[in-house]
Design a protein around this ligand. Structure first.
Ligand code: ADP
Ligand code: TRP
Length: 320
């Protein structure tokens, strides 16, 4: 079984990215032939700053490896090291009805927020379909917001197969429901576009400040608080052992503790949870040659598979 996912290098890794996509993807590396990549072509739709792009690509490579991606198990590469994916995206775009793209939530959300869309942003799901289809992927672990894009991928692949004969394999998305939507500081979905993220690899002081900025209601210290309606508890559940969650919830119900103290506990739990990853990341930062070598070797493997698919696609569509 081929498992594939990608993430854009467009900002610093946050709890939503980690629990929604990265951690589930990494744990799947033991269950099949995993392909994970850094979607740098995609991030050009919103980031047009070469220096920042290079920094984000390297950061994301460090994040993935620090968080447990094992290059002996997973093929881990940079999207643009396999330029064939752009050729496939073009071919697929000729089979993609405009209304299907006009209907995509992520596109609609961005334009609703006043962003003037470029063609790349509009065509984004077609490139994503090419990413998935070029590697004959079976399973695509992503967060809830990407589910529709995987459905679009299936529709485009079906159209291709219908038009040109059975050529492309249909993928399925895998969404880990309990972490499908990690909330941000304001209770909305955590996202770099909403400026409400808790970024993981921050210096201690900055991370603490972020956590202390979580939005809470004005229940006085002495009064009991509802743990089932608390952002602090929701985030704590992600990073703390069950027994600690039970204690926290009991303290919420008992009253006598203020939100400030609960936030401190949350900060400690986040800091502790990511301690091993932080260590590994620091080691990798001192060993960048290794990181570049992993990406290069994986790209070779990915590219040879992509080229095989492209042979099939060109033949089927009459380009050969
Ligand atoms: P952002 O919304 O911060 O721009 P991306 O769109 O780059 O994040 O998302 C990268 C991956 O992380 C995707 O698979 C996405 O579904 C997942 N993801 C992002 N934010 C969250 C969240 N708050 N909860 C769960 N998964 C998320
Ligand atoms: N669109 C995804 C995101 O914003 C990133 C991505 C690009 C992707 N190509 C992909 C995810 C292929 C899964 C499969 O997070």
């Amino acid at each position: 079984m081929r498992i594939l996912s990608g993430i854009q290098p467009s900002g610093r890794l946050h709890l939503g990215n980690y629990f929604g996509m990265m951690q589930p993807a990494i744990s799947l590396q033991d269950e099949g032939d995993a392909f994970y990549f850094i979607a740098d072509y995609h991030s050009l739709t919103s980031l047009q700053d070469p220096k920042a792009l290079r920094t984000h690509v390297l950061d994301l490579a460090l994040d993935f490896l620090a968080c447990g991606l094992d290059p002996a198990k997973a093929t881990f590469f940079r999207q643009s090291d396999v330029p064939e994916v752009c050729e496939l995206a073009w071919i697929l775009s000729t089979l993609t009805p405009m209304p299907m793209l006009e209907n995509c939530h992520s596109y609609k959300d961005k334009t609703a927020r006043g962003l003037t869309p470029n063609h790349g942003l509009f065509a984004y799901p077609v490139l994503m379909a090419a990413d998935i289809l070029i590697y004959d992927s079976d399973l695509v672990p992503v967060g809830q917001d990407q589910k529709q894009h995987v459905e679009v991928t299936r529709d485009i692949a079906t159209k291709f197969n219908h038009t040109f004969g059975e050529t492309l394999r249909l993928p399925k998305s895998r969404i880990k429901e309990d972490v499908a939507k990690v909330p941000g500081l304001d209770g909305e979905k955590m996202s770099k576009s909403y400026d409400n993220t808790i970024t993981i690899f921050e210096p201690e002081k900055a991370l603490r400040k972020k956590v202390m900025g979580i939005k809470t209601d004005s229940t006085p210290v002495e009064e009991p608080k509802d743990p089932d309606a608390s952002l602090i508890v929701d985030l704590f559940k992600l990073v703390a052992p069950e027994a600690d969650v039970d204690t926290l919830k009991a303290d919420f119900r008992r009253g006598g503790t203020g939100y400030g103290d609960f936030k401190k506990r949350l900060f400690e739990a986040i800091w502790l949870h990511f301690e091993p990853m932080r260590q590994r990341r620091a080691n990798l930062e001192n060993n960048l040659d290794y990181v570049h070598e992993v990406l290069r070797k994986s790209a070779d493997r990915a590219r040879s598979i992509a080229q095989t698919t492209m042979d099939r696609v060109r033949l089927a569509s009459g380009l050969r």
